[in-house]
Write a protein that binds this ligand. Structure first.
Ligand SMILES: C[S@@+](CC[C@H](N)C(=O)[O-])C[C@H]1O[C@@H](n2cnc3c(N)ncnc32)[C@H](O)[C@@H]1O
Length: 230
């Protein structure tokens, strides 16, 4: 397997976005020193960037495999809350003529909370880093666009596949995007996201398929693929 090479800045963001990348030593440090010092200092200077790069790549390959059957042959992707974009990079590398639009936040909260965030205040990204990661991996600028959730107008074209991996309805309410999604999703568009309340979406979409179940995590979420708003 060819690993992504993450420099310290990217490895720090990946770790903040994917806390499972923390080893036991880091988890202990977070417990002792608290979330502020962990987010600001330890997540940057107490990490093994090579190990994080390898583990991040492995996780993204696994994510790619869970959604593979829905995305092969598709061209136009929207990703909500992609983080540094490892999964989307694999899509761009593996699917020729694919394009990805990103909607993300452009700040890292002082003390990141990893649960449900009612007011959707938490952000753990840096859009320049996302841009750098894609460019550095030889993705041409014509193949992606980045939208700042807090600033830009969202893309208005329709998409074949819409992804939100451990973001929409996992950390913040689906309602934040529901009007927008209703507007841009075509009948055939597929929206894939992680949620702890899959049943709720049976009243919202015509078709739902469970893609993956996380039974061993605290949240016990399910990844669902949804089609056609009711
Ligand atoms: C747990 S991370 C998941 C990142 C990536 N999808 C992954 O699987 O590694 C959640 C991401 O959602 C982003 N986020 C939070 N609120 C958002 C919003 N309203 N719109 C888009 N992204 C958001 C955060 O900045 C963060 O990068």
């Amino acid at each position: 397997m060819k690993y992504f090479t993450l420099d310290r800045n990217l490895a720090q963001l990946a770790l903040l976005q994917r806390i499972e990348l923390a080893d036991n030593k880091l988890k202990k440090i977070r417990k002792i020193f608290g979330r502020y010092l962990f987010s600001k200092v330890f997540s940057k200077y107490f990490i093994n960037t090579k190990k994080i790069s390898e583990n991040y790549t492995r996780i993204m390959e696994e994510e790619f495999n869970t959604i593979k059957k829905f995305i092969i042959g598709k061209n136009n992707f929207l990703s909500i809350g992609a983080g540094i974009g490892g999964l989307e990079l694999l899509i761009l590398k593996n699917i020729s003529n694919s394009r990805v639009s990103f909607i993300e936040k452009n700040y890292v909260s002082d003390k990141i909370k990893y649960g449900w965030d009612n007011s959707n205040k938490e952000g753990y990204n840096d859009l320049n880093q996302l841009d750098y990661f894609l460019k550095n991996n030889e993705i041409s600028k014509e193949r992606y666009q980045i939208f700042d959730f807090d600033k830009d107008d969202f893309p208005t074209n329709s998409f074949d596949t819409l992804l939100s991996i451990y973001s929409l309805d996992y950390h913040y309410n689906f309602e934040i995007y529901s009007t927008y999604l209703k507007k841009i999703m075509k009948k055939e568009s597929i929206l894939i996201f992680d949620t702890i309340r899959p049943k709720y979406f049976e009243n919202i979409f015509e078709y739902i398929e469970i893609v993956k179940e996380d039974v061993n995590t605290v949240h016990k979420s399910k990844r669902i693929a949804c089609q056609t708003f009711k």
